[in-house]
Structures are given as structure tokens and as C-alpha cells.
Ligand binder design. Structure first.
Ligand code: HEC
Length: 97
């Protein structure tokens, strides 16, 4: 293993820890809002709750659709239409600019 590879691995691991792999809950915008509540209830079962700024607004609809497929594959309750709308509005409002 080259020194460069070890260094890169360390940086990637530290970035992962900083991004929420250390077990601390992801700080989300608008704490207490319906969107934040839904994110914590529905988006943390399979991975750490992602921050809306992870993606650009234009990319969230397709990602949310993919997540709904993953939920169906695992036999989880589907999002109600209203939940999907609330989540999408929340994700897009706080998406990466
Ligand atoms: C049923 C399990 C499951 C649930 C619940 C789930 N995800 Fe995911 N998510 C995955 C899987 C699996 C991947 C890896 C990509 C793939 O193969 O679909 C992923 C990847 C992602 C990614 C891309 C990787 C990254 O870290 O940037 C984002 C963003 C994301 N999920 C957001 C969400 C959001 C928002 C919700 C709530 C609406 C959610 N997920 C709920 C399973 C889930």
C-alpha cells in the first residue's frame, strides 16, 4: 500500500465521520417543522439521515423516487402522497445551491 493511498483513505474515513457516521444525529434545517420530523422518521432507517444540501433541488425528485423503491423492496410502509410532497418541498427548499 503506498503512502498516498493510506493518506487518501484517512481523509475519506474522516470525511465520513464528519458527515454523520459517528452516530451523532444529522443537524437539519428548520428543527421542529413537519419536513424535519418526516426526514427523521422516514430517512434514517437504512443510512444516516442525509442533509438536504447533499443534492441540488433538481436532483431530489429522482432520488426520492429511488428511496421509495428501496423502501418497497424492504417491505417498509410507502410514503403517503402528502408525506412525499412535504418531504420534497423541504428537500428542495434546503437543497445545495
Ligand atoms: C429502505 C432503505 C432506505 C430508506 C428508508 C431511505 N434510503 Fe436513502 N438510500 C438507500 C440505499 C440502499 C442507498 C444507496 C443507493 C441505492 O442503491 O439506492 C441510499 C442512498 C441515498 C442517497 C445517496 C447517497 C448519499 O449519501 O448521498 C441519498 C441522498 C438518500 N439515500 C436520501 C434518502 C432520503 C431523503 C430518504 C427519506 C425520504 C431515504 N434516503 C430513505 C436506502 C434507503
Amino acid at each position: 500500500m503506498s503512502g498516498r493511498w493510506t493518506w487518501l483513505t484517512t481523509v475519506v474515513l474522516l470525511a465520513g465521520l464528519a458527515a454523520g457516521c459517528a452516530g451523532a444525529p444529522t443537524p437539519l434545517p428548520e428543527p421542529g417543522s413537519e419536513g424535519e420530523r418526516l426526514m427523521r422518521a422516514r430517512c434514517g432507517a437504512c443510512h444516516a439521515v442525509p442533509h438536504p444540501a447533499r443534492l441540488r433541488a433538481a436532483d431530489w425528485p429522482a432520488m426520492l423516487a429511488l428511496m421509495e423503491r428501496r423502501m418497497a423492496e424492504r417491505g417498509m410502509a410507502p410514503l403517503a402522497a402528502g408525506e412525499r410532497e412535504t418531504l420534497l418541498a423541504y428537500l428542495r427548499a434546503h437543497a445545495r445551491r
